[in-house]
Structures are given as C-alpha cells and as structure tokens.
Design a protein around this ligand. Structure first.
Ligand code: TRP
Length: 393
C-alpha cells in the first residue's frame, strides 16, 4: 500500500506523538509498504508565520527524532514538504475545483470563526462600559473640543483597542475580559487564506504520491474526509486519477498528559521523547492517578487511572497484570506504581534518546534533502499526468 503522512514541526515531540502517530509510521514501514513521510513545514507556517525563526530548529528536531525512533531512509522516503514544490502546484490546481463552502465547514475553520465572533461580541460589551466612563472622564479634562461627537467615538475606539492590547500583553485582567484571554490572540492572526486552504494543501500532499493510507491522529479525520471529497470531484471531472485515501489510526489515539487531560504541548502536560532524567522523574511523580485512591490501602480503579494506561503501553504484560490486581486490592500504592512507571519509561526512552543524540543535524539534513529529491521524481510524474488531464501544456 502507498502510505503518506506528514507532521507539522511546531516543537518538541512527545509521547502523544509517538503513540498517536509515529508508532504507526514505524509499523507501516516495517510491513514493507511504500512510505512517504515528510516534515510539513508549509503547514507549520499557516499558524505560526509570525515566529518563523523557530521553523528551522523545529524541522531539525523533527528529522533527528524521526531517525531516533527508527524511521529509516532505506525503507521509507523521508523528506521536507517545502523542498518538493510539486505539492504547491497540485494544491493550486485543487484549489480551482474545491468549493469554498467545503473549507468553511471544516471544524478547525469553524472553530476559528466562532472564536472571532465571540471576541467581537466581547469587545462590543467592553466598549459599552468604556463608553460610559469616557462620558464622565473626557469632560473632566477641560479640553477645547471641536467636534464632541466625533471625538468621543475616536477616543472610544482607541481606548478599547488599547485595553485589548494590554490584555494580550498580560498587563491587565478583569471580568468582561476573562473570556478574551491571551490565548485568543492567535485567532486574529490565523484568519488567513493559507489557514482556510490548509486541507487543500494537505490533500495535495497525499495524492501527489497517490497515497492510499494516511497514518494520522484522530484530530485529522475531518481533513482526510475532505481529501476524499476533493479526490472524488477530481476523478469525476477529469477521469479516474487518484485513489481515495483513508486514515489509519493507532489503537491509543488519545494519550493523557500528567494532569489527566489530553497530552499536548499547549497544555504544558507533555512528556517529551528527549526529556531529561530529572524532569522526567518530576513529571512522573506529579502524574494524576485515580482521585479516589488517597493512600496505599485504598483500592484503586486502574481503568480510570492515567498512569495505568501507560503501563499498558510500556510495562511488560505480566507485570501490568500484577499491577492491575495489586492496585485493585489496595496492596500497591500510587508512589510505588509510579516508580515502576518511571522505570518502564526510562527503558523506552533511553534508546530513542541515544539514537537521537547520535544523529547529527548535518546528517539529518543530508538524509531529508536526498529524500526530497526522490519524492520529487514521484510527484513530478503525477503532475505530468494531472497537467495533461487538465489540458495544461
Ligand atoms: N495536518 C497534519 C497535522 O497537523 C499534518 C499534515 C500535513 C499531514 N499534510 C499532511 C498529515 C498530509 C497527513 C497527510 O498533524
């Protein structure tokens, strides 16, 4: 089967990436599929074009970590999206046949629009309050005002937007402002053409290699669904050219962070694949467990415990069964259970970390640049076919 997938280089890779996606990258590679795996640096720019100075460093980290976990250029084509310009040409051509409404219905985009709407409602509310205060405040300044009405509106506009800026700078907080917290700042920044078109580029990424299987995290399902629709439309318009790609999920698509929420960099609850020993210990000891198990003698409920979900993945089977039994009986305390967890984690992470450190940045770039040339050969052939079908020279 032809396998295609990419990941956005947005920061350090963590266990959620490994068990949610990378594990499948490896499995599919070892099963002898034709695999194309790329660092989606263009996609990273859709959300973080303002801090693009991080991009190279993050790309480098991702390349080294992929090699660290065992992806191999001998078995898979490993490359960088932006070095294969054919993705962008196909994306442009697909954009011609993709109805705007399909993109506007995409959950990530709808979420953005909803939040922008909330922000504007809250700003309006804030403005009303500021307006009342200005009515008293401005006259108290004893100024000679030429156009009172216009001046009032002018000051109101400026004052309100200064307040919102101050909020985003972390200088103030308050009742009306609560929902407008700093994390909302990014919504202003990503209402772009590129963000709307994200799934079109993603579709091009996949079908330029005629990808059939796409190992991704659960959050990507709506995007893959859109890709299938775009493919169907293309095939109908220009004749059967592309297979309909389907998503491939791992068995544990959602891994919990140490605070019991989904593991994510933005929640700051992640365990990184290159985590240092001391912070690893701290994170493990801070891990949430069954809230009803307060002390050693209390019986626990392993099925509800985030730590136990990790034992399932990392601790040898027999030992895991023992832990389950002893926890339920109340013989095993959470601290001891976490010590076993820490040990399992170390055994798992050490070889990865070691290989990661052995991969030099220059070697990683070499591998991925060479991979990009190979990817271009395949992608170029697809584009010749597409140009012909669309009657381009
Ligand atoms: N959108 C994916 C993510 O955020 C990354 C990605 C870009 C991708 N292009 C792709 C995944 C093509 C699979 C196939 O994780």
């Amino acid at each position: 089967m032809r396998i295609v997938s990419g990941m956005r280089p947005t920061g350090r890779l963590h266990l959620g990436h490994y068990f949610g996606v990378l594990r499948n990258f490896l499995k599919l590679q070892e099963e002898g599929n034709r695999c194309f795996y790329f660092v989606a640096d263009w996609h990273a720019l859709t959300t973080s074009y303002k801090n693009s100075e991080e991009l190279k460093k993050n790309t480098e980290h991702m390349m080294r970590m992929w090699l660290g976990v065992g992806l191999s250029p001998k078995k898979s084509t490993l490359f960088i999206q932006s070095l294969v310009k054919e993705h962008s040409e196909l994306s442009l051509l697909l954009s011609m046949i993709t109805p705007k409404s399909w993109l506007e219905w995409n959950p990530t985009y709808k979420d953005l629009k909803y939040n922008l709407l909330r922000i504007s409602e809250l700003s309006k509310e804030l403005k009303e309050r500021v307006g009342e205060s200005l009515k008293n405040f401005l006259p108290s300044l004893n100024l000679k005002v030429h156009k009172p009405q216009k001046f009032q509106e002018f000051m109101l506009e400026k004052f309100t937007s200064s307040l919102i800026d101050a909020l985003f700078e972390g200088l103030i907080e308050g009742e009306t402002l609560r929902e407008l917290n700093t994390s909302k700042k990014q919504y202003y920044e990503i209402d772009t053409f590129g963000f709307l078109g994200y799934p079109v580029l993603q579709t091009a990424d996949i079908i330029v290699y005629k990808g059939e299987g796409v190992p991704v995290g659960e959050d990507q399902l709506p995007h893959i669904e859109l890709s299938r629709e775009i493919v169907r439309r293309f095939n109908r318009l220009y004749g059967k050219t592309f297979p309909e790609p389907r998503a491939i999920l791992t068995e544990s698509p959602k891994l919990l962070g140490f605070d019991g929420r989904k593991m994510s960099k933005s929640y700051k609850n992640a365990i990184y694949l290159d985590e240092e020993e001391e912070s690893l210990r701290k994170k493990v000891m801070a891990f949430f467990t069954d809230p009803q198990k307060l002390r050693r003698g209390d019986p626990g409920r392993p099925n509800l415990c985030p730590v136990f979900s990790y034992h399932r993945l990392l601790t040898p089977k027999e030992k895991t069964l023992q832990i389950e039994e002893d926890c339920k009986k109340g013989i095993l305390g959470c601290v001891d259970c976490k010590k076993i967890f820490l040990n399992s984690l170390k055994n798992f992470l050490e070889p990865i970390k070691e290989r990661y450190e052995r991969v030099s940045p220059s070697y990683a770039w070499e591998v991925f640049k060479e991979g990009s040339l190979k990817a271009r050969e395949v992608a170029g052939k697809t584009l010749e076919e597409v140009r012909e079908k669309m009657n381009l020279p």
